[in-house]
Design a protein around this ligand. Structure first.
Ligand code: DGY
Length: 328
């Protein structure tokens, strides 16, 4: 009996063909809800899942008794109960590396847009309000030569820091569980205590995975420790920040501005004050969203699921201990 793959994120024709040439594929290119009865029916027969954006709960896993492997089209795996998957012997794979540079580009565009008030002033022009030379009330702040504090210093954090240090002459501070001596040498970056980073940085950039340790890592206490001129950037997950505390800090001028790609609830609820705030640049979670990178991520996931269902080592397993393989 041929195995079945359930795909629930858009894949291009060539990628679908690659899957279909090996296995039966149930394809939901635009899944609106994991409660969709057709999705549930396919889940009951699936040996492999490929997709993103669905919270895979133990209840969903109970409805998927044949499941052997999941290939997420994302680097973040906060949508998956990793320990539970391991316990059930289900292999989980993700898509690191292929999105690093694109996501770092997004991070740097948030730094630039927030500091130079790009969105706010472009709207000013669009509204027809540009009637005379702008004055100090519309000036922004410099990016070059400032201090960039990276909360988290994995692949994407390092790629943002590289842009800052080599492109903009920024000093880089980072807080991270483990030291990164190689990139310290490359960029002149310095690892420091979290509180020192908050105190010293002109830009505080969060790029940590969402875990029990990082949930609400940045709240009222942390915003109080930042400079009044600080700009906060969040490129990780909305839950890493206490959102009401951040809104309060922005409203009270405790920090100058924020550039945000992620939010506690996504899409942003209609009653969120964030999009209306002049000192906030809010993006719809576009970290890796370019044609090139989303295609590369989907391809990585296709390769991962085919290798996993063939009983071979996938390129980027998250819980390789399921197969006693070595992590990448
Ligand atoms: C990722 O790959 O984790 C991005 O944040 C998209 O969810």
């Amino acid at each position: 009996m041929s195995k079945r793959i359930l795909a629930y994120r858009r894949l291009d024709e060539q990628q679908l063909e690659q899957l279909r040439s090996r296995y039966h594929v149930d394809y939901f290119g635009k899944l609106s809800s994991a409660d969709d009865p057709a999705f549930r029916e396919a889940l009951a027969e699936a040996h492999g899942l490929i997709g993103a954006g669905v919270n895979i709960t133990p209840v969903l896993l109970d409805a998927a008794p044949k499941l052997e492997a999941i290939a997420s089209i994302s680097v973040g795996v906060d949508n998956y109960p990793v320990d539970e998957l391991t316990r059930r012997g289900i292999l989980l794979c993700n898509t690191p590396d292929v999105l690093t540079e694109t996501t770092a580009d997004t991070g740097f565009s948030l730094i630039m847009a927030s500091a130079r008030r790009v969105v706010e002033l472009a709207d000013f022009v669009k509204r027809g309000d540009w009637k005379a030379s702008i004055g100090p009330e519309q000036f922004g702040s410099d990016v070059h030569g400032k201090t960039l504090g990276m909360v988290g210093f994995g692949r994407i954090g390092q790629a943002i820091a590289r842009r800052g240090a080599l492109g903009f002459g920024m000093q880089v501070l980072y807080s991270n569980a483990s030291p990164k001596p190689e990139i310290e040498r490359e960029l002149g970056a310095r690892r420091c205590e979290f509180d020192e980073l908050l105190r010293e940085s002109d830009f505080v950039c969060a790029i940590v995975p969402l875990t029990d340790e990082t949930r609400r890592l940045i709240g009222a206490r942390e915003f109080e420790r930042m400079k009044e001129s600080a700009i906060f950037i969040n490129l990780s997950r909305g839950q890493v920040v206490d959102e009401p505390a951040m809104i309060d800090a922005l409203k009270r001028g405790q920090i100058r501005a924020a550039g945000l790609d992620v939010f506690e609830k996504e899409p942003l609820p209609a009653d969120s004050p964030l999009p209306q705030m002049a000192n906030v640049v809010a993006l719809p979670h576009i970290g890796s969203a370019t044609h090139e990178t989303r295609t590369a991520m989907a391809q990585r996931a296709v390769d991962n699921i085919l290798l996993a269902l063939d009983g071979k080592a996938p390129i980027s397993p998250v819980n390789p201990e399921v197969r006693n393989e070595t992590a990448t």
